[in-house]
Design a protein around this ligand. Structure first.
Ligand SMILES: C[S@@+](CC[C@H](N)C(=O)[O-])C[C@H]1O[C@@H](n2cnc3c(N)ncnc32)[C@H](O)[C@@H]1O
Length: 255
């Protein structure tokens, strides 16, 4: 992996600075409500009566959605402020814990979840092998993993083009095959924030999922809708997000 650059503040600390604002606005953002979330939702199995881990749950909006459909949900996030928001807003519906996906998830027993969902969080983690190994460990045989992340092509493209509208603060060039740190810029003026992200190749996304022992079930590259705002940059011609579903094989169905 390439040496990282920029300041050493972790992404979750940046999210912590804007936790309340994120909780208020994020679910309604068009890129989420009309683009990313419908695709994630379409890949979710029936969650009624299932135990679900929302890994990188932020302010808990999606944990609550899952709980409202009958799941027993545990949301984890490295940001104490995000977990405080999640607990305030949705603590009656789900359980929320501070946990860093770069560390072992010691709070959870082996084979204790039917579904692990991780939405738009793993781009803040440089090495995906530890979280994928933990997702596999805590998944029941036959359990599903649904991950959404920045699309590898798009992050490469963004860095190469350095468009300030969508942000690539420090990066000036990209090597598609490397895992590379870049800072995404959101907001302006007092609301301006730079969040550390790591871009990677398609193999960089799938390799750790396969390496942990999951098998791929589906892969989506949704076409952005015709819209204004940041998504318009992509002119509906390039995917902004990648969404995958994988399964932990049951002993009887190993392949
Ligand atoms: C874009 S938000 C997504 C939150 C939620 N999944 C959603 O879709 O609204 C990214 C989240 O990742 C969390 N995060 C960043 N690095 C993390 C890490 N190493 N471990 C756990 N959570 C992390 C941040 O605190 C933030 O809440």
């Amino acid at each position: 992996m390439k040496e990282t650059m920029g300041e050493s503040t972790d992404a979750h600390e940046k999210y912590g600075e804007m936790a309340a604002r994120y909780a208020d606005s994020n679910p309604d953002q068009r890129a989420r409500a009309e683009y990313e979330w419908p695709v994630v939702r379409s890949l979710l199995p029936d969650v009624s009566g299932k135990r679900v881990l929302d890994a990188g749950c932020g302010s808990g909006y999606y944990s609550a959605w899952l709980a409202e459909r009958g799941a027993e949900v545990v949301g984890i996030d490295a940001s104490e402020e995000m977990i405080a928001e999640a607990t305030d807003r949705h603590g009656d519906e789900a359980t929320f814990l501070v946990a860093d996906l770069r560390e072992p998830l010691d709070a959870f027993e082996d084979e204790s979840f039917d579904l692990v969902v991780s939405q738009l969080t793993l781009e803040h983690v440089e090495d995906w092998r530890p979280p994928m190994a933990e997702f596999h460990r805590v998944s029941k045989p036959g359990g599903r993993l649904v991950v959404s992340c920045d699309h590898p092509f798009t992050t490469y493209f963004v860095i190469e083009h350095e468009d300030p509208e969508i942000g690539s603060a420090d990066a000036t060039e990209a090597d598609y095959y490397e895992v590379e740190r870049y800072d995404r810029v959101w907001g302006e003026g007092e609301k301006r924030i730079e969040i550390p992200c790591y871009r990677r190749s398609l193999r960089g996304v799938l390799g750790p999922i396969f390496g942990a022992g999951f098998v791929l079930e589906d892969l989506r590259e949704p076409r952005p809708p015709e819209t204004d705002g940041p998504l318009a940059y992509f002119e509906s011609h390039t995917p902004r997000f990648l969404v995958v579903r994988a399964r932990k094989p049951s002993p009887s169905s190993r392949r």
